[in-house]
Design a protein around this ligand. Structure first.
Ligand code: BGC
Ligand code: CA
Length: 290
């Protein structure tokens, strides 16, 4: 498979958060706006979906069992078998126009997730860090849409973006979880590149970025140089992660929200799940240590 392949044809409104669960050889992903979690076993093609009363916007495995994730206003423990969502910590109840968006675990087992303005206009979004002892830390502010936490191979650089500002930032991530040295890593122009969305780092320390409205993934060297561009047959590419038994497959989520009937007719696979073998492997997904 050196071509981008549609592996689950579905019109997700906002496919996001792909997560490879190695022990199950399964890919989990969410549809934020349809309040669903999807699961696919690529080897057998077996699929399953859950619908909840509120959106799960990101997911990660927990060392202590089940999943940790985010809902619009907090961090939660999720038990998919039981179909339950239990609050861990609630945030921003004074900001009804905000909701959580993307989240990811770092190599020290801490869960990073951020909020966004649902109208995509005001810089009311915050990046949080949930530690294994379940303490919550405000790590950065002034985002319109937080997206795509990703970590370098040595765990010392964190990438995180503001999709609406078109900025992918790099930070120095210290062992104690503190961030320093915030700097622009990429500045994208929407009309040319779309908006920077989900990201993942491969085993050669290069960054894969999903372009929302830009119909592609880009692979960047740590220097910022563009190494590869992979086109998708849909405009809104939201996130990607490595998976498969050999971690050699990129699983790519997409969105169909805000598209006209004519656009959907032109790009009928919008919202579907795609796979691509880029010829480089990914890193195992760390579990939340709490
Ligand atoms: C957000 C969407 C947003 C998109 C484009 C996604 O991560 O969940 O609400 O439209 O990014 O920037
Ligand atoms: Ca995203």
């Amino acid at each position: 498979m050196s071509e981008v392949t549609c592996i689950w044809q579905i019109q997700a409104l906002l496919g996001e958060g792909p997560l490879w669960v190695a022990a199950e050889k399964a890919l989990y992903w969410v549809d934020i706006l349809n309040r669903q979690v999807h699961r696919l076993e690529p080897a057998s093609g077996q699929k399953r979906s859950w619908t909840f009363a509120e959106s799960i916007t990101s997911l990660a495995l927990r060392e202590s069992g089940g999943f940790v994730g985010t809902v619009p206003h907090g961090f939660v423990a999720i038990d998919l078998k039981a179909g339950t969502i239990d609050p861990i910590v609630t945030v921003e109840t004074d900001l009804p126009n905000n909701r959580f968006n993307d989240g990811k675990v770092d190599s020290n087992g801490r869960f990073w997730a951020g909020t966004m303005d649902k109208q995509e206009k005001e810089a009311t979004g915050t990046l949080y860090r949930l530690d294994p002892d379940l303490s919550l830390h405000v790590m950065d502010q002034d985002y319109i849409i937080t997206n795509g936490p990703a970590f370098s191979v040595d765990g010392k650089t964190m990438y995180h973006n503001d999709s609406i500002k078109g900025l992918v930032y790099a930070f120095d991530l210290q062992d104690d979880g503190m961030l320093g040295g915030k700097r622009p890593f990429q500045q994208l122009t929407f009309a040319i590149n779309g908006a920077p969305d989900g990201m993942t780092v491969d085993s050669e320390n290069c960054l894969w970025l999903a372009h929302y409205g830009g119909a592609r993934l880009t692979r960047f060297a740590p220097t910022g140089e563009i190494l590869e561009e992979v086109s998708l047959p849909v405009p809104n590419v939201t996130s990607c992660t490595f998976g498969g038994p050999d971690l050699d497959t990129l699983y790519i989520t997409t969105a169909s929200q805000n598209m006209s009937a004519a656009e959907l007719e032109k790009h009928p696979l919008s919202g579907s799940l795609f796979a691509y073998k880029p010829g480089v492997k990914g890193l195992p997904t760390p579990h939340f240590a709490g």
